[in-house]
Each structure stands twice: as structure tokens, then as C-alpha cells.
Design a binder for this molecule. Structure first.
Ligand code: LHQ
Length: 259
């Protein structure tokens, strides 16, 4: 493995591990290329029903690899964003499967942005978020100006993006940036437990829920009510809804097929 990404598929759960611990899993061109390819491939695989994104070693991801930026053939920043970072964030939101970010240490710059672009975020007690962009004279990118205020509201978004102090795991949970904090040694097991729960859900309904939550940001209440009615009308006809009702009646766990 030379691209710095480890992909492991275990049943319906795929785990993507950013694996350059010597550089705190900082993002290089090969790693970003591999991550985008993996998201495309796993996103199209109906047997995969949930993804986990985490980092190897003691960090989640330190953002852009700054050593790589110093090389003469580094693409201009705008190109790097348009061609590599933005497609990754778009893919994370476009795929039907939910993504659990297991934040196992520092998440800085675009590394924090990747965590923000996941569906569910859980953190180890020693995790911390640093919007390191300002320190190097840049603006938050890879979706952070969009995701962050939606996750934590304008006051904390400004704290993180403008003041830039590290936010520890406990604070992250308090402000809604992560939904739970667990001891480091339990993080992957907890992420897997959540992913397995997501994977046991009715895939079409899970996908519709993921996309409806995103779409709601640009909808009125009326538009959301309409969209929900339309979706529910469609899902009400699905084999998985019938299976869910039958399983409830029979007092057993449902077995959803994504139809
Ligand atoms: C690293 C990095 C790193 C390479 C630690 N690169 N080696 C998008 C478009 C294109 C370009 C520009 O940017 C963007 C978006 C962005 O992501 S901008 C933000 C880029 N990231 C940063 O500015 C964070 C830089 N890193 C840090 O501030 C610190 O390393 C943090 C606060 C993350 C962690 O601090 P420590 O826990 O004290 O670890 P450390 O600094 O000692 O790092 C350990 C090693 O990892 C060290 O290498 P060494 O060989 O000395 O042991 C660092 O050089 C390396 N490393 N971040 N981004």
C-alpha cells in the first residue's frame, strides 16, 4: 500500500483508514485520489451499507500535507480544491450509505472538514479539532464554511474558524460537533457498533433519510413536508417496509434487502 489509504470490508461495513501516521495522516495527492476512488467504488456496491472513516495511529488527519505543497509540481490551490478535495466531499454526501467518522486524535484543516462531511461523528477522549487554515493564511475549505455553521451554529462556527483555538472532544460533544465521546481504546468498536446498526436499517430508507436531511437545509418547511410525503408514499410501497411491518408483527429482527 503506497497511497496511504487502507480499505477493509467486513460484511456490510467498509472501513476507510487514512494511513500515513508518520505525518498524522496528512492528505497527499495519492491519498486523496485513493479516497475518492474508494468512495466511488464502495458507494456503488449495494452489499456495503455503511462506511467508517478513521485515521491510523494517534491522529485522525492533519489536513493537507504541507510538505507536498512545497514541491514544485504542486497544483495551484484552487485547482487542488476543485479537482481533489471538492469531489471527495461531494462523494461523501452523494453516496447512499451513511458515513461514521471515528475521530481518533487531531483533526486539523481539511482533516476536520472531512470529519464535518460525515453523517455521524464520534470522538475519542483525546480527539481535538483545529481549523488550522487561518494559521497558514487560508480560509476554511473542503466544505467547512458550509458544514460547520450547520453543525454547531454561527457562534461556535466563528470561534472555530476565526479564533482557531483547538476544541477538545468534551467541548466538541457539548457544542454538537460530535455526538459521542468514548475512550480511545473503545472508539473503533463503538464506530463499528453504530455502522452495524446503520447497516441493519432499510437501505433505501437510510439513503433517503441521509439525502433528505441534506436537502432540508435549502428547503422551506412546506417544501420539506411535501418531500416527506412524496418519499413516504414511495417507501410505503417498498418490500422493506412490508418486511419491517412483518418483523414487528412476528416479534423478530427485520431482514432488509434494499427493495
Ligand atoms: C504534517 C502535517 C501536515 C505534513 C503534521 N503535513 N506533515 C487545502 C488545499 C490545498 C492546500 C492547502 O490546504 C488545504 C486545506 C488544509 O488542510 S490547510 C491546513 C493544513 N494543516 C495544517 O496546517 C496543520 C499542520 N499541523 C499542525 O499544526 C500540527 O502538526 C498539529 C496541530 C496537527 C498536531 O500537532 P502535534 O500533535 O504537536 O504533532 P506534530 O506537529 O509534532 O506533527 C507530527 C508529525 O506530523 C511532524 O513530523 P515530524 O517528522 O517532525 O515528526 C509533522 O511535521 C507532521 N505533520 N501535520 N499537515
Amino acid at each position: 500500500m503506497t497511497d496511504g489509504l487502507r480499505v477493509e470490508v467486513d460484511g456490510p461495513v467498509a472501513t476507510l483508514t487514512l494511513d500515513r501516521p508518520e505525518a498524522l495522516n496528512a492528505l497527499t495527492v495519492p491519498l486523496k485520489t485513493a479516497l475518492l476512488a474508494a468512495l466511488a467504488e464502495l458507494g456503488a456496491d449495494r452489499a456495503v451499507r455503511a462506511l467508517i472513516l478513521t485515521g491510523a495511529g494517534h491522529a485522525f488527519c492533519a489536513g493537507q500535507d504541507l510538505a507536498e505543497r512545497a514541491t514544485p509540481d504542486a497544483a495551484p490551490l484552487e485547482v487542488e480544491l476543485r479537482e481533489r478535495y471538492n469531489p471527495i466531499v461531494r462523494a461523501m454526501r452523494a453516496i447512499d450509505q451513511p458515513i461514521v467518522a471515528a475521530i481518533n486524535g487531531v483533526a486539523a484543516g481539511a482533516g476536520a472538514s472531512l470529519a464535518f462531511a460525515a453523517d455521524v461523528r464520534i470522538a475519542a477522549t483525546d480527539a481535538r479539532f483545529i481549523l488550522a487554515f487561518g494559521r497558514i493564511g487560508l480560509v476554511p475549505d473542503s466544505g467547512a464554511t458550509w458544514t460547520l455553521p450547520r453543525l454547531v451554529g454561527p457562534a461556535w462556527a466563528a470561534e472555530l474558524a476565526l479564533v482557531g483555538d483547538p476544541v477538545d472532544a468534551e467541548t466538541a460533544a457539548r457544542i454538537g460537533l460530535v455526538s459521542r465521546v468514548v475512550p480511545a481504546e473503545d472508539l473503533l468498536a463503538e464506530a463499528r457498533r453504530i455502522a452495524v446498526t446503520l447497516a441493519a436499517g432499510a437501505p433505501v430508507a437510510v439513503a433517503a433519510t441521509k439525502h433528505a436531511l441534506d436537502a432540508a437545509w435549502s428547503r422551506t418547511l412546506d417544501e420539506s413536508l411535501d418531500a416527506e410525503a412524496e418519499l413516504q408514499g414511495r417507501l410505503g410501497q417498498s418490500a422493506d417496509h412490508a418486511e419491517g411491518l412483518a418483523a414487528f408483527r412476528d416479534k423478530r429482527a427485520p431482514s432488509f434487502e434494499g427493495r
